[in-house]
Structure formats: C-alpha cells, structure tokens
Design a protein around this ligand. Structure first.
Ligand code: G6P
Length: 437
C-alpha cells in the first residue's frame, strides 16, 4: 500500500483524481493520502468534501490535508503535482493580453504559455526541493503546465533526479476520442507518437491485432469533424474551434495532429474566432470553478456523496494513477510521456524534452525509438524547441534579450515588434511572479 500526496489540493481537478483513486483502490491501494496547497481556503473545501467521500468509499484510508511541506512530503511514495501558479486570474491575463494585440491567447501556447511558464518554473523548482528535503525517493508525477517549459526547466535544475516524470493528459484525451469515433476501447490502442508537449503527432495507432487504425481515424475526422474528449464540457463556441483540426488533416495529411497544433498552423484563424473579452479562463471561472466548489459544499452539508455530480474528466484523473500503478508494480505498460530525447527521435538534439510512447517500469520510462522524422516536422519541432529553451534561458539568466528571442521565434508571434510589445505588457502584470528581466 502506498502513501501519496497531491499538490494543488484545492484544484477543481482534484475531486476527479480522488474519485478515480476510490475506483482504482484494488489496483493501486493506498495507506495514506495527503492534499497539499498554499491556498488553505480553497483546499479546505476540497479536503472536507474528500472526508465525506472517503468515509463512504475508502473507509480505511488515512487522509489529511495540509499547507505544511513536512507533513505533506514525509514518507511519501508518489507526489502528484498539478499546480496553477498565479491561479485563474493570471490565466485570464495570459489569454487576454496577447489577444488584445491580435496574437493567440492560450494558456500553454504563444505568449500566454510563455508567461505561465515563467511563473510555473520557480514554483515547481521550490516544490521539488521541498519534496526532496523530506523524501529522497518519492516519484514526482507532474501535470503542471506549460508542461514542455516546466519539463525543460526541471531537467536543467535537477539533472540527476531520475524520479521526476512530466506528463500530460492530452494524448490520452485524444486516444479516447479516437476510441469513441471507432467504437473501440482506447485502452487497447498501441500508439506511436512523437513531438514536444502540445506539439506532436500520432504516426500509427495499432489495435491489438497489429492493424494500424490511423487511416480510418483520419477518414472519420475528415468526414465528421472532431471533438476531443476533454472538450466535451465546453460551450458551443469553444467546440467550434476544433473544426480547425480537420484543416490540419487537409493541409498536412501525413499524421494525426495534437489539437494544440491548430494554434501554430492557423494563428490568425484562431485569433479571429476568439472573444478577447471572454476567454477560456472566464469559462472555467464561471463554469467549472463554481460548479465543483458548490457541489463540494453541498456534499459537505449533506454528509454524503450520493447523487453528487462533480467529476468531469476521467482521462485526466485515471491517467496519472495508471502511470503511478505501472511504476509501482513494474508493469511496463505503455504511455505517452515526456522524456529526455537521447536519440529517441534520431534527428533532433539529445537534450530536448520530447513527448513519446514509453514503457513505464519501476526504474522509470523506457521510451520506444521513433527514428528519423521528415524535414517539415523536424523544422517545426526545432523552432518550437528553441522557443522553449530560450524561455527557460530567460528565466535562469534573468534575460530580457532571451525572452525577446523566445517570443520572436514563436510561430504565433513572429514579428519582433509584436514580441517586444507583448513581452513588455506581460512583464508589467507578472511583477509579483517573474524574476526581474
Ligand atoms: C487539457 C490539456 C491540459 C490543459 C487542460 C486545460 O487537459 O492537456 O494541458 O491544462 O486541457 O483545461 P481547461 O479545462 O482548464 O481549459
């Protein structure tokens, strides 16, 4: 039985993870579970809700929630990290400031992702140091966004720490959506995938008999359009943005793209579709945040989870637990995760943090070779990678120059004039969070 801690205990994603832990308690049994957050108020609601949930569904679990690092990280086997530095208020700025200048406004893409990355790096480094102070051997499974930038920063700061694994649920979300398109169980898919986080492609998706399902999925998307699993809770205007995935398949039909690529291929189209006064952050604040906190409070009041409706993304919550399970029991199951390249994509530099399929064992991820990728994809990845690395340089070197280079390289910006303008505006609102550039 394992001891785990969830960092970001006050997140609206946490109840879903708690529910999945109950569902999977025979496969991945827990002795102790701790929630940690720096925001005691938010976490108290989720924590009290959890007490009700566990009293009914996990009575023998030793559960607590805390804002104290020692209590959170002592004698822990796995730490699940899913923090949002600056909260949704800063996400709103990440999205709206670029949009107000006609640039893509998205939390992990373009200047928004840059700003969020500059906030996340410091908080993540502190968190890893805190964890290591009390628990040298715990596995750190990290969902924190923007995952590509965070992964690169952690690789540099902790080069010898082999128990930090950066993950993202988007590839699983996509696989589940393909499963639905085909009326098949996505758990049986064996995917081949390459790229950077939120910047990658499926080259094959095999079924259990070794047939490649990719051609069929492409055809279905071209015919019917495509809505990824994580988008199902979103309102109509948001769903429309996914129409662009079809466009990618028409323009670049080789592989199946991660949905985030639409921002890089069609930044003008995506910007034109967006409402600069009401972005995804507003949707989340008005929707998920209210819904989940209200429902948690109702559960606390009633003293039972029966009939409660708070769980919204199974892929996100199941995935991190399945990753932990595969490591804990040396199951060597295959997952798409973020690892140091080291030849996996043979014509991309070794020290890139790439997102690929890997077998997860007790000694960590063993990625599968991708081999050489074609020039178009190599070019795209290398320029995005340079943007990510320069962002991390800007953070560590406190360099305005590197930040300007990073944003100018980003496909959603390109113009150095725009890059400087958006950078200056982001510096202004991130004073509390970023190092001085
Ligand atoms: C997907 C992505 C995550 C992202 C999340 C945002 O799950 O893979 O990287 O954080 O969507 O979801 P939200 O509902 O907050 O916009």
């Amino acid at each position: 039985k394992f001891n785990i801690t969830i960092v970001g205990g006050g997140s609206t994603w946490t109840p879903g993870i708690l529910k999945s832990l109950c569902k999977m308690k025979d496969r991945f049994p827990l002795k102790k579970l701790t929630l940690f957050d720096i925001n005691a108020k938010r976490q108290a609601v989720i924590g009290e809700f959890a007490k009700v949930l566990f009293s009914e569904e996990y009575p023998d679990l030793d559960f607590n929630y805390t804002t104290d690092a020692e209590t959170a990280y002592k004698d822990v086997d796995f730490v699940f990290v899913q923090m949002r530095s600056g909260g949704l208020k800063m996400r709103e700025k990440d999205e709206k400031i670029p949009l107000s200048m006609g640039i893509v406004g998205q939390e992990t893409v373009g200047p928004g992702g840059f700003a969020y990355g500059m906030r996340s790096i410091g908080d993540m480094i502190k968190t890893v140091k805190d964890i290591r102070k009390y628990s040298e051997k715990a596995w750190i499974l990290n969902y924190t966004n923007p995952a590509a930038i965070v992964a690169e920063a952690l690789r540099r700061e902790f080069p010898n720490d082999k128990r930090i694994l950066n993950i993202c649920d988007q590839p699983v979300n996509l696989l589940r959506s393909y499963g639905r398109l085909l009326n098949m169980n996505a758990d049986e898919f064996d995917p081949v995938y390459f790229g950077l986080n939120h910047f990658g492609w499926f080259t094959h998706i095999y079924d259990k008999d070794g047939n490649d399902l990719l051609p069929k999925i492409k055809q279905l998307i071209l015919e019917k359009g495509f809505i990824p699993a994580d988008a199902e809770q979103r309102d109509k205007s948001w769903l429309d943005t996914y129409a662009t995935v079809r466009d990618i398949l028409i323009d670049f039909p080789d592989y199946l793209p991660n949905t985030y690529l639409q921002y890089y291929f069609y930044p003008d189209k995506m910007t034109a579709k967006a409402n600069p006064n009401y972005t995804r952050a507003n949707e989340v604040m008005d929707g998920r945040e209210k819904r989940i906190f209200d429902e948690c409070r109702r559960v606390i009041e009633r003293g039972t989870v029966k009939g409660a409706q708070i769980f919204h993304n199974d892929a996100h919550s199941d995935f991190i637990i399945e990753v932990a399970e595969s490591i804990a029991f040396n199951k060597a199951r295959n997952f798409i995760v973020i690892v140091e390249n080291n030849g996996v994509i043979s014509n991309i530099q070794d020290d890139a943090m790439v997102e690929v399929a890997a077998s997860l064992t007790a000694s960590g991820p063993r990625p599968y070779v991708v081999g050489k990728i074609p020039t178009f994809y190599k070019g795209l990845i290398e320029s995005q990678l340079a943007y990510e690395k320069l962002t991390v340089d800007a953070y560590f070197e406190r360099s305005y120059q590197k930040a300007l280079q990073a944003l100018t390289l980003n496909r959603t910006v390109v113009s150095a004039i725009k890059a400087r303008k958006v950078l200056d505006a982001l510096i202004e609102v991130n004073k509390e969070y970023w190092p001085d550039l």
